[in-house]
Design a protein around this ligand. Structure first.
Ligand SMILES: Cc1cc2nc3c(=O)[nH]c(=O)nc-3n(C[C@H](O)[C@H](O)[C@H](O)COP(=O)(O)O)c2cc1C
Ligand code: SF4
Ligand code: SF4
Length: 447
């Protein structure tokens, strides 16, 4: 059986699944319940000078039948007194000494940082996570993402924390920045032991068309909030990959953003994360989702021959190149499996109006299964993504794999388009209808 235990920058946990700092880690009651269900660690709801929250606080993006595909909040840090949280951290650690309890922190002055770091470490926290990510409310007070967006300030605060901390220091980064590696490098220069990302993305989740206010509304007014949930996973994966590939960062990474199941977690690990944190999925479905995550990960590791999480970390990174290093001679085209086709013709309209007019419709005989016009297919994938039947449209390789040539190679050989009407342009290789062909159908209807 594979070993799921993780040592994240010196913080040990029985598995890589941690709860992110958020409502599910607001109290000892919840963290205790989560550990009992199987979670390996928890980052406590951010502690600081307690705040006062508004009501309501959450908004969601529902997509078709999917509730909360994206989730948005205008909640701040913990509204509970520090002493209550410290007592509960101590109690949780007493019952679960081998689980990871990390205290998320956000204060302002050097003195406050020194005091709160000592307090949570004395209470038994295994490490601290510095919340430099919250994109609403706290940033107006000079904290949260206001720090995460200023690498020099971030570095200074990390160094204040390192003056007193005896346990590992994780820096939680905001995605509300052009280049995530800048604050990540600053975290390392300040002395951080690890980074975690992403916190929420600044957003407006929708507008109430009747009352002219964005969601969530507070007495007829609203404000921008932080976006998370499944919708943000691609952004989080890219940022994790950027940090993992940047030599100047060179820190363990805790991956966060849209993780709902073991597959999502594995994706983060393959892109360089050592462990993962989950918030929205637990707010949606409860702590019980861990019961599927652990055996799922174990099965995957056993199938692939991984004995330990470390063997998987960053496994996909060598295959992520810059665009100029992709093989321009690799050619795939779409193929339709007639037996699976349900004749919906969604592929036809997608390619006809949204891609390259490479799908035709049969004429007469009651036939409705579309066909691929091979010479026009550029292998873009669109039809296979649109097709509602799994495995009905597949992309089939047409080159023999003998010649690999990248844009970089072609540039070196001077074999690239350099004038506006260059015959080396990629689009000269397939047929494009004349503009007036678009109106032929209309004309024949009128005639
Ligand atoms: C309601 C809510 C409150 C949150 N509060 C905090 C917080 O106090 N500290 C923090 O570092 N992150 C906070 N977060 C951000 C989460 O920890 C996490 O970074 C983010 O939600 C992305 O993960 P997810 O897609 O799994 O939700 C909060 C998120 C939500 C939805
Ligand atoms: S989208 Fe798929 S199922 Fe629908 S017509 Fe095209 S190939 Fe057939
Ligand atoms: S792969 Fe792209 S170009 Fe080819 S048939 Fe499908 S949608 Fe059209």
């Amino acid at each position: 059986m594979p070993d799921l235990s993780v040592n994240f920058a010196g913080i040990k946990s029985p598995n890589p699944f941690w709860l992110a700092s958020a409502p599910p880690t607001n109290s000892g009651y919840q963290v205790m319940k989560a550990f009992d269900a199987g979670w390996g660690g928890a980052v406590w709801k951010t502690l600081g000078i307690p705040i006062v929250n508004v009501s309501s606080r959450y908004g969601a993006l529902n997509y078709r039948d999917t509730r909360m595909m994206g989730f948005n909040n205008i909640e701040l840090i913990s509204d509970r007194p520090l002493k209550d949280n410290l007592r509960e951290i101590e109690e949780v650690k007493k019952h679960f000494p081998n689980h990871a309890v990390v205290a998320s922190l956000m204060v302002q002055s050097r003195e406050e940082w020194h005091q709160i770091v000592k307090d949570v470490e004395n209470a038994g926290a295994d490490g601290v996570e510095l919340n430099f990510g919250c994109p609403h409310g706290m940033c107006e007070r000079g904290m949260g993402s206001a720090v995460g967006q200023e690498p020099n300030v971030l570095k200074t605060i990390v160094s204040w924390v390192k003056e007193v901390s005896k346990k590992p220091v994780i820096v939680k980064l905001t995605p509300n920045i052009t280049d995530i590696t800048e604050p990540a490098i600053a975290a390392r220069l300040g002395g951080a032991d690890a980074i975690s990302l992403i916190n929420t993305i600044q957003s407006l989740v929708g507008v109430d068309l009747d009352n002219f206010v964005t969601y969530p509304a507070v007495d007829g007014k609203s404000t921008n909030g932080g976006y998370c949930g499944p919708a943000v996973k691609p952004i989080a994966l890219n940022m994790v990959k950027n940090c993992a590939q940047e030599q100047g960062v060179n820190l363990p990474i805790s991956g966060i953003g849209g993780i709902e199941n073991w597959r999502d977690a594995v994706e983060f690990i393959l892109l360089g994360a050592t462990n993962v944190q989950v918030c929205t999925a637990v707010m949606h479905y409860g702590f019980g989702i861990i019961r599927e995550m652990i055996p799922g990960l174990e099965r995957y590791m056993a199938d692939k021959g991984f004995n330990h999480i470390n063997e998987m970390v960053g496994k996909a990174l060598p295959n992520i190149k810059t665009w100029e290093n992709l093989n321009l001679n690799y050619k795939v085209i779409a193929e339709i499996n007639k037996k699976k086709c349900i004749e919906c013709q969604l592929c036809y309209i997608a390619c006809e109006d949204g891609a390259h007019q490479a799908i035709g419709l049969p004429k007469g005989n009651g036939q409705r299964v579309p066909f691929i016009i091979e010479e026009n297919c550029v292998g873009c994938n669109l039809c296979s993504l649109v097709c509602p039947v799994e495995g009905c449209i597949t992309m089939v390789r047409k080159d023999d794999g003998s010649k690999v040539e990248t844009w970089h190679d072609r540039t070196e050989k001077g074999n690239i388009p350099t004038t506006f009407n260059d015959q080396l342009a990629g689009g000269t290789h397939h047929w494009i209808p004349e503009p007036l062909d678009a109106l032929k159908h209309k004309k024949s209807n009128r005639d």
